[in-house]
Design a binder for this molecule. Structure first.
Ligand code: ADP
Length: 601
């Protein structure tokens, strides 16, 4: 390229084009005017809100400094591999160089930057052996091109070029001024880029937080991926975003979520083999790929008639295993930079961990459904078994009691005691069958309550009258004057009180008083308590005793037989009445079970 151009040193002799008529003092005045204008223009840079506006100031005001026919700025990308050209005059617009991307290797512009010196290029008419940009400039009728490097501090920013249709037109003064101008322009643009970068980074951090909040709250995988792509598009304004997940056999990628301008072009659940395209490559290697010009990437695979120019693909991993990819496409060349990649990498990590949660949740849900089904089957079975148990057990009990009354039996203590044991055991079995039946009814939602107005005193009397206890125990009850009627199911509430009083007797092996009371606690509620002076319950057992099959398995209590079902049934019945149940206890001193019921007005 360099051979094809003719690099000339700036002319020794001053020949300020079109300004020869000015005398020595006229020249000085002109120089002062130009410095003054430079100052004015630079001031405007300071007020420009963005890089575009700074370049606009150049477009509108540069003519006040210099006569030229074409003006052009080339800005280096972050990686300093490319220039993005900005046309700043009508002839440059017409030459079609605006937003053109050009490698630093192409043409002599890179050379200008490396060498840090201005260059005047005489463009010979005729066919060009130079770069595309250079030939466009030549075609636009330019004969001379003054190019000055743009640097801010130690950073190369790009170049500024002025073209003229005349030959040998730029003076030394022009060159000096252009260099000064380029210095100011570079500094302003660099500051603006730094400011933009900071703003962008802050906005991106906010977006990452917002996206991860939105994504983390989703436990359904499909919904989660949908929210992820929509949020990324909304917050980052990329042209098109897709998420592909690996198929179960890991041979294909399946399109699971899509948001953006190509959404109508590719069908949902579109499948792409793993050995195809950039997405396939990233899914296989687990490494992100940034392709800023897909025409130069042989692995690029177009999935439709769309006009993708840049593509950024990142792996989505769960516990460092690739499960899919996030694919971002754009119709501009060089649409992505390192910051995009780093930010999206963080987003992919968030998506991965949200997917992990969603998967775990899904597994738990499936296991739960299975367990619930098994539990239902078990309850139904228990229901059938316990129901069928009750009749034969009741018959055994009745027959036993009947035979016990027989005088001959009474006279024979050995037979009598054996028979009593049979009746006792049958009674236990009958209670167990009753409890099991209650459980299966509660669990299958078949427990039916018949709510009526119930006199609480009669209910307590009724419950304790049927309780068998040794003479070591004293059973007493007390009912507040105001605690008279409640609304509830008499039979089930009686069972609750009986369970609690039975326990109070059972877990007080040394005897003592068992006191039942009903107190009027608020306008609405009555508190029923069953107090004993028995073994007490260790505090660490407190939370679990109302659960099914839960028993105290230490000390004396563990030696007593029981099923651990009574308290669970009590809790279910009390809760169904809109009440609460709990207990207070001290080991060795006794326990008080309490529950509330709603008054009937
Ligand atoms: P079960 O008495 O058949 O074991 P429950 O559900 O009625 O089942 O009681 C669960 C456990 O709570 C009992 O095993 C016992 O350890 C403890 N418990 C219940 N009531 C008392 C009480 N009044 N005093 C001490 N421990 C009790």
């Amino acid at each position: 390229v360099k051979k094809a151009i003719d690099i000339k040193k700036p002319p020794e002799e001053k020949s300020p084009s079109g300004r020869e008529h000015l005398g020595q003092s006229g020249g000085t005045l002109e120089a002062i005017r130009r410095i003054y204008m430079l100052h004015e223009i630079v001031l405007r840079f300071d007020f420009a809100p963005g890089s575009e506006q700074i370049l606009n100031v150049v477009r509108q005001k540069a003519r006040l400094l210099l006569s030229f026919d074409l003006c052009l700025v080339g800005l280096l990308n972050r990686g300093q591999t490319h220039f993005v050209l900005h046309s700043l005059s009508p002839s440059a617009d017409a030459a079609g160089v605006h937003h053109h991307h050009m490698s630093v290797e192409e043409a002599f512009f890179g050379w200008v930057i490396d060498n840090q010196s201005p260059v005047i290029l005489e463009l010979r008419p005729g066919p060009s052996a130079g770069s595309d940009v250079e030939s466009r400039i030549r075609k636009a009728g330019m004969r001379t091109l003054l190019t000055v490097p743009m640097r801010a501090g130690n950073d190369a920013v790009g170049f500024l070029a002025f073209g003229s249709t005349s030959e040998e037109v730029f003076t030394e003064e022009d060159i000096g001024l252009a260099q000064l101008f380029a210095l100011y322009l570079a500094t302003s643009l660099r500051n603006m880029t730094l400011l933009d970068d900071t703003r962008r980074r802050m906005a991106q951090i906010e977006s990452i937080n917002a996206i991860s909040r939105r994504v983390a709250s989703k436990l359904n995988l499909e919904e989660l991926l949908g929210v992820a792509v929509e949020s990324i598009q909304k917050d980052f304004q990329y042209f098109d975003i897709t998420i592909f997940l690996l198929s179960e056999d890991k041979s294909e990628l399946i399109l699971e979520a899509h948001s953006g301008n190509f959404a109508d072009l590719i069908p949902h659940r579109y499948r792409q083999p793993l050995d195809q395209g950039i997405v396939g490559c990233v899914a296989s290697s687990g490494k992100r790929m940034m392709v800023n010009d897909v025409s130069k990437e042989p692995r690029f695979h177009s999935t439709g008639s769309h006009a993708t120019k840049s593509e950024l693909v990142l792996p989505i991993k769960i516990d460092s295993e690739v499960v899919g990819v996030l694919n971002v496409e754009d119709t501009k060349l060089y649409a992505f930079d390192e910051t995009d990649a780093v930010v999206l990498e963080t987003v992919c990590e968030q998506i991965g961990s949200a997917m992990k949660n969603a998967k775990l949740y899904d597994e738990i849900r499936r296991v739960n459904v299975k367990l619930t089904e098994m539990d239902k089957v078990k309850s139904e079975f228990l229901g059938i078994v316990s129901h069928d148990f009750r009749t034969p057990i009741a018959n055994i009990m009745l027959s036993g009691k009947y035979v016990l009354k027989n005088e001959d039996i009474q006279k024979n203590p050995r037979v009598r005691d054996q028979l009593r044991l049979i009746v006792d055991q049958a009674q236990r079995l009958s209670k167990l069958a009753d409890d099991t039946l209650s459980i299966s009814r509660i669990e299958s939602g078949q427990m039916e309550y018949s709510f009526k107005i119930v006199n609480i005193e009669r209910l307590i009397q009724d419950a304790i009258s049927q309780i068998q206890h040794s003479p070591r125990h004293k059973l007493e009850y007390k009912v507040d004057f105001n605690a008279t009627y409640i609304k509830g199911d008499q039979i089930k509430l009686r069972q609750v009180i009986q369970n609690l009083v039975n326990n109070a007797v059972k877990y007080s092996p040394r005897g003592g008083t068992v006191a039942v009371s009903a107190q009027d606690v608020t306008e609405e509620t009555i508190l029923v308590s069953v107090k004993d002076e028995g073994l007490g319950i260790p505090p660490e057992q407190k939370d679990k005793l109302f659960q099914k099959f839960s028993r105290v398995n230490e000390g004396e209590a563990s030696k007593m037989t029981g099923s651990g079902l009574g308290l669970w049934i009590c809790k279910e019945v009390v809760v169904a009445h809109g009440g609460k149940i709990w207990f207070e206890s001290e080991v060795g001193k006794g326990t008080t079970f309490k529950f509330t019921l709603k008054k009937s007005h």
